[in-house]
Each structure stands twice: as structure tokens, then as C-alpha cells.
Design a protein. Structure first.
Length: 246
């Protein structure tokens, strides 16, 4: 069936290009992901006595990855850095705070699959065989390219350098990755004390996550920042994001 959008033809705002400008795409997706997070709040997935399940975790992990990717991929665009980088960081921070609540759920529901509206379990064979969502070794979609046009590997040979979670340690969530990102995001808060309090609780309550490769990598970057090694860069936080997702 032909869609109405297809019958209307190309977007008249962009008559001479194959796709809209990057900042227009960013703003479009930013608005949608923000509304998705708000919808989770309205459905009682955030706050006292809130719900929690693997679907909410996967969704927020993907949103966090998208904001992180944009901070790197669009950093060469002056208008983004001047007008939208701050709001991007704010949305990433809110997303990671929500994920912290999910991971710390007292009932351990962050990896529990729920039935859909038809009563069917979401934990399908595709999920169990690591071909879906945060269990996947490959980024979903077409071939990837960096902002400068260089191709990026998206195959099994690059798994050793891939940050996407596929560890039995967290049973399909990307918890070490997200915890590490939160450390990098708050690296300058309260003179670094927020990071120390955060990882202190993590070491006591979730030692397996504290000792994970990605959390330890984030802590090394934090230590380097404290020792002023990253002071050579004009923006150490963005440098840290690049190191973590290179």
C-alpha cells in the first residue's frame, strides 16, 4: 500500500538534497525521544513505587546512546555547539538518571520481560539468541559512516572493541556502559565529589558492575582529569566522551 507521505513526493523544504540537514534530523529525533521519556513518566515508570521492566531499560539505553553519539558526531557543527549541545547533555543526564533508578530497582526488575497487550511474552527466541536490542553485537540498520564519511566496522570482527552490551554479567542490559557514561557526564560536578560518592555506593552495592571494564575505564579518565592530563584539551568532557565511544 502506498503511503500518503510517498504520494506527496519530496519534502519541499529540501528540494536539492537527498536528506534533511543534520541539525534538522537531530531536532526531530530529540523531540521524539523526549516525548517517549515523558510518556514513561506518565505511565508511572519513574518515581516512588514506579514500574520497571526490561522494555523501559532498553528504550532508555538506546536514547542515551543516541544523545552520546550526537555529541560526538555533530561536534564539528558550530550551530550545534552554540545552540543545542547543552540541551543534548541535559537530556542525556536525565536519561542516565532514570537508568540509574532502573538498575537500582529493589525488586531486580530491570531485566524482567513483560507480556504484551495480547498476553504474549516479549522474550522471544530473537532476544534469547542475542539478536535484539542491547543483546546485539551489531548496530541495527545500514552500514555506518563517521561524520567525515569514513566507514565504520559493523561486524563480528569488531566486537572486542565494541561497547554495546552483550555480557551475561548484566543479562542483556548495557549497565556497565551506562554507569560509565554517568561518571563521565558528572566528572566536574561538585569538584568531582559526586563521582566519588556514586562509585563508592556502586562498589558496595554492585561490585561486579564497579569492577567491569567500562566503569573502570571511566574511572581512569576521571583520575586523569583530576591529575590535569586532560587539561590540554579545551573541553575535557567532550574528549572523555570521544575516548569512551571511540
Amino acid at each position: 500500500m502506498e503511503k500518503e507521505r510517498d504520494r506527496q513526493g519530496a519534502d519541499p523544504r529540501y528540494p536539492n538534497v537527498k536528506s534533511p540537514p543534520p541539525l534538522d534530523v537531530y531536532q526531530f529525533i530529540w523531540d521524539r525521544t523526549r516525548m517517549i521519556r515523558k510518556d514513561f513518566i506518565l505511565q508511572n515508570y519513574v518515581g516512588t513505587g514506579a514500574q520497571c521492566d526490561a522494555r523501559a531499560v532498553r528504550c532508555h539505553e538506546r536514547i542515551a546512546r543516541w544523545h552520546t553519539m550526537c555529541e560526538h558526531q555533530l561536534s564539528h557543527i558550530r550551530d550545534f555547539m552554540m545552540q543545542q549541545s547543552q540541551q543534548n547533555i541535559q537530556e542525556l543526564g536525565q536519561t542516565l538518571k532514570t537508568l540509574n533508578l532502573y538498575y537500582d530497582d529493589a525488586l531486580g526488575r530491570s531485566t524482567v520481560e513483560q507480556a504484551d497487550e495480547h498476553g504474549n511474552e516479549i522474550a522471544t527466541p530473537a532476544i534469547q539468541t542475542a539478536e535484539h536490542g542491547c543483546l546485539s553485537n551489531k548496530v541495527q540498520g545500514g552500514d555506518l559512516v563517521d561524520f567525515d564519511g569514513k566507514p565504520l566496522k559493523n561486524d563480528e570482527s569488531s566486537i572486542s572493541n565494541r561497547i554495546i552490551g552483550n555480557s551475561s554479567l548484566t543479562r542483556g542490559t548495557a549497565e556497565p556502559e551506562m554507569r560509565g557514561l554517568y561518571i563521565l557526564l558528572t566528572i566536574n560536578n561538585d569538584g568531582g565529589m559526586e563521582v566519588l560518592k556514586y562509585v563508592g555506593r556502586l562498589a558496595v552495592q554492585r561490585p561486579e558492575i564497579y569492577n567491569s571494564r567500562l566503569v573502570q575505564l571511566a574511572l581512569k579518565i576521571y583520575q586523569m582529569r583530576k591529575m590535569a592530563f586532560l587539561g590540554l584539551f579545551t573541553n575535557s568532557k567532550k574528549c572523555a566522551f570521544f575516548i569512551f565511544h571511540a
